[in-house]
Every structure is written in C-alpha cells, then in structure tokens.
Ligand binder design. Structure first.
Ligand code: IMP
Ligand code: MG
Length: 187
C-alpha cells in the first residue's frame, strides 16, 4: 500500500473520520429539530463556501420545515486570517421575523461569526443562533459562544468535508490536519 494514501500530499493525518462526522451531524440535526419544534420560519444561513458540505448534510437531519440561504464572506488568505471580514455576496432572504441559524465550517479567532452575527441582528430576525462543525476554542480572540458545535479541535489547520487550504481539500470525506511546513515549503 502507498505510504501516503491521501489525495493531497500536504495532509498530515485524519483527525475526524467520516463515520464520526455523520454521527455528530445526525445528533445536531436531532437537537435542532427539537429546539425548533414550534418554528415554521426556520432559515439555515450558510457562509460560503466552507459550510456547504456540512449544511447540506445537516439539513437532511432536520425534520422541520426550513429554507436555506447563503452569504459569501472572506477574511482568510492561505492559512492566515487578515483580521478583516468582508461581505462578498449577501443573502437574498429578508430575515425579518425568521428563526435564523448562522452556519460556518469552523471557528478560529471568532471574528467571522462575531461580525456577521452583529450584522444579521440589525436585520431583526425573530431569533439568531450560531452553528459550526468545528471550533478551535483556544484560538478565540473574541468572547463568543457557538450554540451548535460539532467538535472542538486543537490548534491545527485542517481541511476536508468542505474546508479548504487555498481551495484544495474540500472534497475529502473526513477532517484531516495539514502539514503546513510541507505545504508552504513547496508553494
Ligand atoms: P475566524 O474568523 O478567525 O473565526 O475564521 C473563520 C474562518 O476561517 C472560517 O470560515 C474558515 O473559512 C477559515 N478557517 C479558519 N481555520 C481554518 C482551518 O483550519 N481550515 C480551513 N479554514 C479555516
Ligand atoms: Mg470560511
């Protein structure tokens, strides 16, 4: 067998398997189904592009009427945050009166979720909660709580299940850590 069986040579190791992700996404879907039992205006609002894989799996585990929308925001260049969150494309739905769940792939400094949450609150949804597949708790620079969190992970740059490194790695069915030395020495 190949000593490096991964499709990208910058992968270090698998941190969360496909089976573990599926189990946790199912649990989150069940929790959201229970929490929104009295809502008929539930909107999942995903941040492009990283949340797409997670969100499309999660919504199939939510047994409530719902709709989906997206925003495109950016703050990252390579493996570093620029510290400035820019909206590249806004959501289309008028969220006034909606129960909104803001979904991202991963929380790092917390700046993205914090900034977008504040902007959305001004648009007066009925309720607003946050959801992320992954949370690097020790990297938070802002005091934020994620209402629905898949996994807390240590301070590693990760790819897979929608998450990318310079647009690569989104198609991996698992979450893997990146060997950043290997990647940046080559780039
Ligand atoms: P924050 O604003 O610092 O919390 O960064 C959140 C955003 O940074 C996420 O939406 C991701 O796009 C990106 N990001 C942070 N850490 C990682 C990572 O380990 N892998 C891939 N993307 C990441
Ligand atoms: Mg992102």
């Amino acid at each position: 067998m190949d000593a490096r069986p991964y499709p990208y040579d910058f992968i270090d190791k698998i941190l969360i398997t496909e089976e573990e992700i599926e189990k946790r996404v199912t649990q989150l879907g069940e929790q959201i189904t229970r929490d929104y039992a009295n809502s008929d205006q539930l909107l999942l609002l995903g941040l492009l592009r990283g949340s797409v894989t997670f969100m499309t799996d999660l919504m199939r585990k939510i047994h409530r009427p719902m709709t989906m929308d997206f925003m495109s925001v950016s703050s990252y260049s390579g493996a570093e945050s620029t510290g400035f969150v820019r909206i590249d494309s806004d959501h289309k739905t008028n969220i006034y009166g909606w129960d909104v769940i803001l979904i991202d792939d991963i929380v790092d400094s917390g700046l993205t979720i914090y900034t977008i949450r504040k902007i959305l609150l001004d648009r007066r949804p009925r309720s607003l909660r946050t959801c992320a597949l992954l949370d690097k708790v020790e990297r938070h620079k802002i005091d934020i709580d994620i209402d629905y969190c898949g996994f807390s992970i240590p301070d590693h740059f990760v790819v897979g299940y929608g998450l990318d490194l310079d647009e690569k790695g989104r198609n991996l069915p698992y979450i893997a850590s990146v060997d950043t030395k290997r990647y940046f020495n080559k780039a």
